[in-house]
Design a protein around this ligand. Structure first.
Ligand SMILES: Cc1cc2nc3c(=O)[nH]c(=O)nc-3n(C[C@H](O)[C@H](O)[C@H](O)COP(=O)(O)OP(=O)(O)OC[C@H]3O[C@@H](n4cnc5c(N)ncnc54)[C@H](O)[C@@H]3O)c2cc1C
Length: 497
């Protein structure tokens, strides 16, 4: 990566760690939106519209489902340029106010809302600049995956955007970024070439493999403990796969063992550009029949291939054959659907309705899929909400543990299978029941889990998930670097700390 320089050095206008405004050169839209915003520069607690400005930008208002209201900050600010961010950080530092940073507000635990100090909202940093021939992009931290992907498709390029369209790249990339085709393109943070960061000293710097490399290491995966404000990322792109094809199956959950045995046998034969996922869900799933559903609990399998053409796509999916062993009939099967990169998020978004209440937790496993999922039928049967579901991802089709070079970046906790539990309900009166179910699921899965995932773990309620999301030696380094880059605690630390 070193040979490619940084977001700024290619323009010849930046390239060093000195403070600058970021308002010039090819990255200017990605670095902010100098004109045209209707937002005030900021609001203080007590100002009209303050509470809405804080909470409207938060996807999951339930946060930790503690029954407590969200702890509001003292102020919210809406910088328009990198220079504004520099000024904000210097002012907060001078007055001893702590800073929280929001890009898209899609932290499951509302880690942006921390109770005191200043919330810096980067919604204006929504620019995208593509250099398709060079397979590069510069994107503002506030760009949403669902807004980025149509621009990529139009330019004939691709990126491991998130599976859901609404989170912004800011938090997604800082947390590692388990995006589309992640077993082949790797977690998205490994496609960051460089980034612009306003540090706790109030300096705007570039971080890359050749400049501020420790900050670059930290930015690739440390998640909501990153000690700085990232305004823009320079990304490495991929040529657009011309044949993205999806096959799906759905079975009664009582067939789970046969389904996981089928996947376990087929997955070693699948190339890494086939993304496999398995979902156990209840009667209120999208397309489910609710209380009248004759099969209230189901397991779905989706295989998505990112290929150059149909021939390659068919060959890649062939090991899955016609499904599990004879005698196990799918309730539903769709074969070889033609889906565009910028449409992949649409059915995923449908599983996360706006305004619902959520808890999420994540566990990595090294065992085989049959073993890893064996407890799910019992646990699903007890779920108080028919919308809750458990997603199993198998990066690189079982070879996930060997996908990454240990120590390459803060993101390094990776294994064979990732189980993500989503508890989804509407009525605040059901908070405690849903919390209790998630706790029961966690207690059942924890004994055999090898780790967690910082972006989708229950970190506000369970602070031990933070170190659990990193290899032990990487967690040591994260803590050292956090102390080095933010010795005075200008930025809020991990929720729960
Ligand atoms: C519906 C939904 C679907 C999801 N799907 C996926 C998925 O497919 N893959 C995946 O990997 N994750 C997924 N996630 C998790 C998501 O990636 C993380 O919660 C991520 O932090 C969201 O990014 P954001 O910018 O919207 O978050 P925000 O809530 O804005 O930020 C979260 C935290 O990140 C830090 N942060 C954010 N932006 C900056 C910045 N510019 N500079 C410094 N620090 C910053 C802050 O500490 C902040 O508290 C999903 C989350 C939701 C709610």
């Amino acid at each position: 990566m070193g040979e490619h320089g940084t977001a700024e050095s290619d323009s010849g206008e930046h390239g060093t760690a000195e403070s600058d405004s970021g308002e010039h050169g090819p990255g200017r839209h990605a670095h902010g939106r100098p004109h045209g915003s209707t937002r005030p520069a900021g609001l203080l607690r007590g100002d009209e519209g303050f509470e809405e400005a804080v909470t409207d930008g938060v996807f999951n208002v339930v946060a930790a489902a503690t029954g407590e209201p969200l702890p509001l900050p003292d102020a919210i600010v809406f910088p328009q340029t990198e220079a504004d961010v520099v000024e904000i950080v210097r002012a907060a530092r001078a007055t001893g106010q702590r800073i929280a940073v929001r890009s898209g507000g899609h932290s499951w635990v509302a880690s942006t809302v921390r109770g005191d100090g200043v919330l810096v909202d980067l919604e204006a940093f929504d620019g995208v600049e593509l250099d398709a021939p060079a397979l590069r992009a510069t994107v503002g931290a506030g760009v949403r995956g669902g807004d980025l992907s149509p621009q990529l498709v139009a330019a004939g390029v691709a990126f491991p955007v998130g599976h859901c369209g609404r989170p912004a790249v800011g938090g997604f990339l800082l947390g590692g970024g388990l995006g589309v085709n992640w077993g082949h393109w790797k977690p998205a943070c490994f496609s960051i070439r460089s980034l612009r960061v306003v540090t706790a000293d109030g300096e705007a710097v570039t971080a890359s493999p050749v400049e501020n490399d420790d900050l670059f290491w930290l930015a690739r995966g440390s998640g909501p403990g990153f000690p700085g404000v990232v305004t823009a990322f320079e990304l490495e792109l991929q040529p657009l796969p011309r044949a993205i094809r999806v096959s799906t199956w759905s079975f009664p959950l009582t067939d789970l063992a046969a389904v996981t045995a089928w996947i376990t046998d087929a997955s070693p034969l699948l190339p890494t550009n086939v993304e496999l996922s398995l979902v156990t869900s209840g009667p209120q799933r999208p397309g489910g029949l609710g209380a009248d559903d004759p099969h209230p609990l189901v397991v779905g399998v989706a295989a998505t291939v990112f290929a150059a053409d149909d021939d390659e796509a068919r060959r890649a999916l062939a090991p899955l054959g016609d499904g599990p062993a004879t005698g196990v009939e799918p309730l539903d099967h769709a074969a070889f659907l033609d889906v565009r990169l910028d449409q992949l998020h649409v059915p995923v978004d449908a599983t996360y309705p706006e305004g619902a209440r959520y808890l999420a937790d994540t566990f990595w496993f090294s065992g085989d899929l049959v073993e890893t999922t064996a407890l799910l039928p019992d646990l699903m049967a007890k779920a108080p909400s028919g919308r809750s579901y458990v997603l199993a991802g198998l990066p690189a089709n079982g070879a996930g543990a060997d996908l990454l070079t240990p120590g390459e970046a803060a993101y390094g906790m990776h294994d064979t299978t990732c189980l993500i539990v989503y508890t989804i309900w509407d009525d605040p009166a059901d908070d405690a029941r849903n919390r209790a179910w998630l706790d029961e699921v966690a207690a059942a899965l924890e004994p055999t889990a090898t780790g967690n995932f910082i972006s989708e773990a229950d970190i506000r309620h369970r602070p031990e998930r933070v170190p659990g999301s990193f290899r032990a030696e990487d967690w040591e380094r994260i803590q050292q670097l956090r102390r080095r880059f933010d010795p005075d605690g200008v930025f809020h630390s991990y929720p729960g700390e």
